[in-house]
Write a protein that binds this ligand. Structure first.
Ligand code: HEM
Length: 435
């Protein structure tokens, strides 16, 4: 009996062989689903993994998730992040989400807009004046400032912003240490642990200040109040703050980068979006309204579709689970692609072309996008991430239309988030606003 036939007899999905997953991961996934359907097996980073893709595949995965699939995090992630949201399970996880959500979405968002613009406006003005040597590096720094401002109430160019930047970097470097026992042999793991302690001291100080002088321009006072009477099962607020800061970082920087890259390559849309940007800078509340700034929102949706920041999200089955007609045994590594269905030509004609108009004409629906995941662990920061991206686009377009003098990025990496591999310079071509 062949290996495939033997596996099928045990209920396992077919195996897909790829030569190099890292070279063209989306191509490898597309080919696997084309040949085998929504569910197949493949080696990812040398480990056998059940891949789930296509729109229908993800709907089925999330429907059967609770109690059967857990986020697969390494011992390193458990060590550094403690009882952060993505390390929790069951009722403690659901309760922590309920407590975190109000400060990250809905009515809280318009209150953050002045603070977001306070960060983005001067940066966009600097870009317009001097240009940008490497777009991703600049956007990463900007995203860090936006997160520090909204999540911790730290304004740019203050003493605490310098402390935060100096301590967060070694923490991030620590999260790149070997995932298993080998981590104990590396300096960056121990530097990451020390940075975690210093970050917690900073969080405690900022939380005390937010309680003493509560405002609506940062999420911190709301988060402190939401966790004041939380049980141990929900995890401590500092662990969650660390998770929010890390979850926001590479992903949001990636999405903003691709929005700007695509605006630069599609001047017609950029000019259309610029009209909305001028209005948004004068009346920022439109950025938080779902029925306003349709062109900017269409650019955001199309960038999510074509450039989903995350590549794969990992799970482990903790009981047998049925997926795509196969019974997957407990203890299996499962991954889903956040681009699942994004390149289906039936749903998104000309799937590899940037066409934001598809979301304006009603030809495509945002509900078909998985860039922010789904199910029990769907991204809790989506509304804030989208608001940050819209604010950056508005500030930038208000200054000028983006252009890439060296052309679009030619080499791309997909992990930890999709980003150009080499420096991408950007300039803003100023346009006269009619008097
Ligand atoms: C463009 C930006 C972002 C993208 C594409 C993104 C994407 C995702 C995805 C795909 C997941 C699900 C992971 C899984 O299934 O295991 C996730 C989870 C999460 N995200 Fe985001 N994210 C973004 C920004 C943010 C921001 C700004 C925050 C916080 C302010 C945030 C906080 C979280 C948290 C806490 C989780 C874990 C949820 C849980 O385990 O219950 N994300 N994100």
């Amino acid at each position: 009996m062949s290996e495939q036939a033997a596996a099928a007899a045990c209920g396992l999905p077919p195996h897909h062989t790829v030569r190099s997953f890292d070279l063209d991961p989306l191509g490898a996934l597309e080919e696997g689903h084309r040949r085998h359907g929504p569910v197949f097996r493949m080696a990812v980073d040398g480990q056998e993994t059940v891949l789930v893709g296509t729109w229908a595949g993800l709907v089925e995965l999330f429907a059967g998730e609770r109690g059967c699939l857990e986020v697969l995090n390494t011992p390193l992630v458990h060590d550094l992040f403690g009882r952060a949201l993505f390390n929790l399970t069951g009722e403690g996880h659901a309760e922590a989400r309920r407590r975190l959500r109000p400060a990250l979405s809905g009515r809280a968002l318009p209150g953050y807009l002045p603070a977001l613009l306070e960060v983005t406006d001067p940066v966009a003005a600097r870009w317009a004046q001097h240009g940008v040597g490497d777009l991703y590096t600049e956007v990463r720094a900007l995203t860090g400032s936006l997160s520090a401002r909204v999540l911790l109430g730290i304004a740019p160019e203050t003493a605490d912003s310098a402390v935060f930047a100096a301590v967060f970097e070694p923490f991030v470097a620590g999260s790149g240490a070997p995932p298993g026992r080998d981590r104990f042999m590396t300096g960056r793991y121990w530097a990451g642990r020390a940075a975690r302690r210093r970050l917690y001291a900073l969080f405690t100080r900022r939380a005390a200040a937010a309680v003493a002088e509560p405002g609506t321009d940062s999420a911190l006072a709301g988060l402190v109040a939401a966790f004041a009477d939380a049980s141990q099962a929900v995890g401590p607020l500092p662990d969650h703050l660390l998770a929010l800061l890390i979850a926001a970082r590479e992903t949001t920087a990636s999405l903003i980068t691709w929005c700007l890259v695509e605006l630069a390559g599609n001047q017609q849309h950029a000019v259309l979006a610029q009209t909305e940007a001028h209005v948004a800078v004068a009346t920022p509340e439109v950025l938080a309204r779902r029925d306003a700034v349709p062109v900017l929102r269409a650019v955001l949706a199309e960038a999510q579709r074509l450039h989903s920041p995350n590549l794969l999200s990992l799970r482990e089955t903790v009981c047998p689970v049925d997926l795509g007609g196969y019974r997957i045994p407990a203890g299996t590594r499962v991954a889903y692609s956040t681009s699942a269905g994004h390149f289906d030509p039936e749903v998104f004609p000309q799937p590899h072309t940037f066409r934001p108009r598809r979301f304006l004409d009603g030809e495509a629906r945002g509900a078909r996008l998985w860039a922010f995941g789904g199910g029990a662990h769907a991204c809790l920061g989506r509304p804030l991430a989208e608001l940050m991206a819209l604010t950056v686009m508005a500030s930038v377009l208000h200054q000028g239309v983006p252009r890439l003098p060296g052309g679009p990025p030619s080499r791309i990496r997909y992990r930890p988030a999709k980003a150009p591999l080499t420096a991408v310079p950007l300039v803003l071509d100023r346009q006269e606003i009619a008097s």
